[in-house]
Design a protein around this ligand. Structure first.
Ligand code: HEM
Length: 187
């Protein structure tokens, strides 16, 4: 099998797993879930760093897809959805997930310079991004058994975290303020 295409598949699944972890870590950060072993600062740091790692894997996923040339997917298809003739709907959903991810990353990088409501609104689309990415993987994945098993496991994890998020009481302070910012405010 073509190594580039194999890399596309492997990094697609790895990206999905990492995005799932990032989503759960994000919920944990928001809710202040922590323990002596996993203090809030560690959870926040993990959320940030694993999200960067997932971007690296996604970059390889997209890069190998285009460079491989095995299917007609070009660089424009990476950002403009539904243009490719190859599995137009399913690949287009991957593009939408990527565009949403770009929006989440860019607004997070300039978070201190934009209104918090804007940052929060865009950050909420992470759930949509994750769900769209799951459907993309299910629709386009070659190994349907692996894709389905992984998608089911990731969905169970995120749904569990979302349910726990809404069942646990809200914190006293603003849940969207990061640990670092909160420390600065207290000072
Ligand atoms: C957040 C964004 C994305 C995630 C999480 C993601 C994830 C995945 C997953 C899980 C698979 C299934 C791999 C398998 O076969 O087992 C996959 C396949 C694929 N993805 Fe993505 N993807 C994303 C974005 C994109 C984008 C933007 C493109 C290209 C424009 C793309 C192109 C492909 C292609 C061509 C396949 C088929 C590989 C195969 O035949 O197995 N993906 N992706």
């Amino acid at each position: 099998m073509n190594p580039l295409w194999l890399a596309t598949r492997a990094t697609g699944e790895i990206s999905l797993v990492l995005f799932t972890v990032v989503t759960i870590m994000g919920i944990a950060t928001t809710k202040g879930w922590a323990s002596s072993r996993w203090p809030e600062s560690v959870v926040t740091l993990l959320h940030r760093n694993i999200s960067l790692l997932s971007v690296v894997f996604l970059g390889v996923h997209i890069g190998t897809t285009v460079i491989d040339g095995y299917v007609p997917i070009g660089w424009l298809d990476v950002v403009i959805p539904f243009q490719t003739t190859y599995k137009t709907l399913w690949v287009g959903l991957g593009t939408i997930a990527f565009d949403l991810m770009l929006a989440v990353i860019i607004t997070s990088l300039v978070r201190r310079r934009i209104p918090q409501t804007l940052w929060k609104g865009v950050h909420w689309t992470s759930y949509l991004m994750w769900a769209v990415a799951v459907v993309h993987g299910l629709g386009v994945g070659t190994d349907q058994l692996l894709t389905r098993v992984l998608a089911a496991a990731m969905t169970a994890l995120v749904l569990g975290a979302v349910v726990a998020r809404f069942l646990t009481p809200h914190r006293q302070d603003d849940p969207v303020v990061s640990v670092t910012t909160r420390t600065e405010i207290r000072r």
